[in-house]
Design a protein around this ligand. Structure first.
Ligand code: PLP
Length: 278
């Protein structure tokens, strides 16, 4: 049997599983503990952040380890909404977002936020013209996904970023879960303030993820507690999960270099074949 449901989840890479097992066994101390073992765990956590930031082309302080895409999207959207609501209560998203974005925006309506759900064309693309005209003085956030999880549609994130840059008071969040490792997206100096990634879509483990939070972007936390992750995400860090995620990211980058051209070719061949058989 050939497994073809990689948008839903991927098979964990054995090297990723091994790094999780190894760190869980050897480096189980709490990174916040002040004894030597805790210090070693903390050092490894910093190293994992350094490597993740290098692989994603951002700085260490901009990486928040999360439990995956759903948490990242909730933290980004509710975090901006609750922190910046005095400035405005209007959010723009699209009708074809993943439920972790769509339902999160929906839930904010009950707290008095107004959401504009941009429609898409027959290919599933958001119109940048409609986006421009939807922006208001009280808009605090635009949340648009990079690659759609059902259609595979790639949204014009670069153009959307250019539009967002002209409105320095609003934040731009991108759900980057399905694009990671498949469609290049640069974060640094891009106009993107927040970007969500999930480990289990790139042959990493379920329950691992990253939220990119651009320096200077402030969020209301979903979890309050011991102020881990710069106070944005309290809770004892999942060190083994984070190290294994970095391993998955590194392997993904190696595959990305070899494979992207091939994927684009397969997609265009498949699209042609489907067109011919209609
Ligand atoms: C586009 C997109 N965003 C978010 C998620 C949620 O990610 P997770 O399963 O890591 O919570 C998914 C998962 O299917 C997805 O495809």
């Amino acid at each position: 049997m050939i497994y073809l449901d990689n948008s839903a989840t991927t098979k964990p890479n054995p090297a990723v599983l091994e790094s999780y097992r190894h760190i869980s066994e050897m480096m189980f101390a709490n990174p916040s503990s002040i004894h030597q073992f805790g210090g070693e765990s903390e050092k490894l956590l910093f190293k994992a952040k350094d490597q993740a930031s290098y692989l994603l082309g951002v700085s260490r302080g901009e990486i928040i380890f999360t439990s995956g895409g759903t948490e990242g999207n909730n933290l980004a959207i509710k975090g901006i909404a609750l922190k910046h609501q005095k400035r405005g209560k209007h959010i723009i998203t699209s009708t074809i977002e993943h439920p972790s974005v769509y339902n999160t925006c929906n839930s904010l309506e009950s707290l008095g936020f107004e959401i504009t759900y941009l429609p898409v064309n027959e290919k599933g693309e958001v119109s940048t013209k409609e986006l421009k005209s939807a922006i208001r003085n009280d808009t605090i956030l635009i949340s648009i996904m990079h690659v759609n999880n059902e259609l595979g549609t790639i949204q014009p994130i670069e153009e959307i970023s250019q539009i967002a840059k002209k409105h320095p008071k609003l934040f731009l969040h991108v759900d980057g879960v399905q694009g990671l490792g498949k469609v290049p997206l640069s974060l640094d100096n891009s106009g993107i303030d927040l970007c969500t990634f999930s480990g289990h879509k790139i042959h990493g483990l379920k329950g691992t993820g990253i939220l990119y939070v651009k320096n200077g972007t402030t969020l209301f936390p979903l979890f309050h507690g011991g102020n881990q992750e710069s106070g944005i995400r309290s809770g004892t860090e999942n060190l083994a999960g984070s190290v294994s995620l970095v391993k998955a990211l590194r392997l993904m980058k190696e595959r990305e270099k070899k494979r992207t051209g091939g994927l684009i070719r397969y997609t265009s061949e498949l699209t042609k074949k489907i067109g011919r058989n209609r």
